[in-house]
Design a protein around this ligand. Structure first.
Ligand SMILES: NC(=O)C1=CN([C@@H]2O[C@H](COP(=O)(O)OP(=O)(O)OC[C@H]3O[C@@H](n4cnc5c(N)ncnc54)[C@H](O)[C@@H]3O)[C@@H](O)[C@H]2O)C=CC1
Ligand SMILES: O=C([O-])CC(=O)C(=O)O
Length: 311
């Protein structure tokens, strides 16, 4: 029997990440090849024409899984009945800025959109905040939408996680799909801590620790960390625009694993509300290693004595 479509909201849909992510959602990259979707796309009035153009292209692409497209500048209409909300709307930083420098502009958007989501989204709506500063925007959304369960509000640090996997795969010269269990701790900002102390590489003779294969602690404790922390700035310097295709792809990874589950023995990094694990203040939105099952995430516990020492 055909499945009911899932309604996926993308805010800021006329922007760079929006333009990259909506075809991914429509093609099944986010929710799987058998899951029909209805896209709700929100942007603001000055981008209304561009948003119309994105809708036209989605129709022209004739995606078999795409069962409807709503393109609107009305936040209530956009949020009504959505099961998944990917919150990209906001302003990106420019070269030389930190992500917190867009805080005053973007935080007010999340305050305003929280109540529309709270009142009009489906009761079990899963929310992913992408717009920067992502942890803060998610925290604001959580504070201003108190009836959305805390567990349903997350932010994107999967891009940092994927960047860490990419750096290790380049360094050891293995497929990125053979590297797993890096961890991004903290904020999606230059203060994050990319941790490879429990990461492994799948080799012909079994799983080997990343530290053993890289065999260069100076690099792992130095340039590796700063490269991941500063990758967003490096992309802005090179492209004169912030990362978009990798952000869109990582946002799909985040939602797919949350909804469909993480593979056995694998964890991923998600910005989630802290329950006090690892001594992190309860209620903050913080990136932890998580596993997902049955549409729920859980913080991986008890494996990381080394991280405790760092703290
Ligand atoms: N968490 C992460 O890993 C990443 C986060 N980002 C952040 O994602 C955000 C979007 O980036 P881009 O797509 O490159 O920016 P963009 O400027 O290309 O697109 C943003 C879109 O949001 C729209 N917008 C502005 N205010 C809005 C509102 N109140 N409601 C709905 N839409 C609104 C704009 O009109 C624009 O179309 C930025 O804050 C950026 O820093 C970017 C890359 C990675
Ligand atoms: O660096 C930025 O401003 C965009 C972003 O969050 C990233 O690429 O990680």
């Amino acid at each position: 029997m055909a499945r009911d479509p899932v309604r996926v909201l993308v805010t800021g849909a006329a922007g760079q990440i929006g333009y990259a992510i909506v075809p991914m959602v429509a093609r099944g990259v986010m929710l799987g090849p058998d899951q029909p979707v209805i896209l709700h796309m929100l942007d603001i009035e000055p981008a209304a024409e561009a948003l119309k153009g994105v809708k036209m292209e989605l129709i022209d692409a004739a995606f078999p899984l795409l069962k409807g497209v709503l393109a609107t500048t009305d936040v209530v209409e956009a949020c009504t009945g959505v099961n998944i909300a990917v919150m990209v709307g906001g302003f990106p930083r420019k070269e030389g800025m930190e992500r917190k420098d867009v805080m005053s502009k973007n935080v007010s958007i999340y305050k305003a959109q929280a109540s529309a989501l709270e009142k009009h989204a489906a009761a079990d709506c899963k929310v992913l905040v992408v717009a920067n500063p992502a942890n803060t925007n998610a925290l604001i959304l959580k504070e201003f939408a108190p009836s959305i369960p805390e567990k349903n509000i997350t932010c994107l640090t999967r891009l940092d996680h994927n960047r860490a996997l990419g750096q290790i795969s380049e360094r050891v010269n293995v497929q990125v799909s053979d590297v797993k269990n890096v961890i991004i701790w903290g904020n999606h900002s230059s203060t994050q801590y990319p941790d490879v102390n429990h990461a492994t590489v799948n080799t012909s003779s079994g799983e080997k620790p990343v530290r053993e294969l890289v065999a260069d602690d100076k690099w792992l404790n130095g340039d590796f960390i700063t490269t991941v922390q500063q990758r967003g700035a490096a992309i802005i310097k090179a492209r004169k625009l912030s990362s978009a295709l990798s952000a869109a792809s990582s946002a799909c990874d985040h939602i797919r694993d949350w909804v469909l589950g993480t593979p056995k023995g694998t964890w991923v990094s998600m910005g989630v509300y802290s329950d006090g694990s690892y001594g992190i203040q309860s209620g903050l939105i913080y990136s932890f290693p998580v596993t997902c099952e049955g549409g729920k995430w859980s913080i991986v516990q008890g494996e990381f004595s080394l991280f405790r020492e760092i703290l």
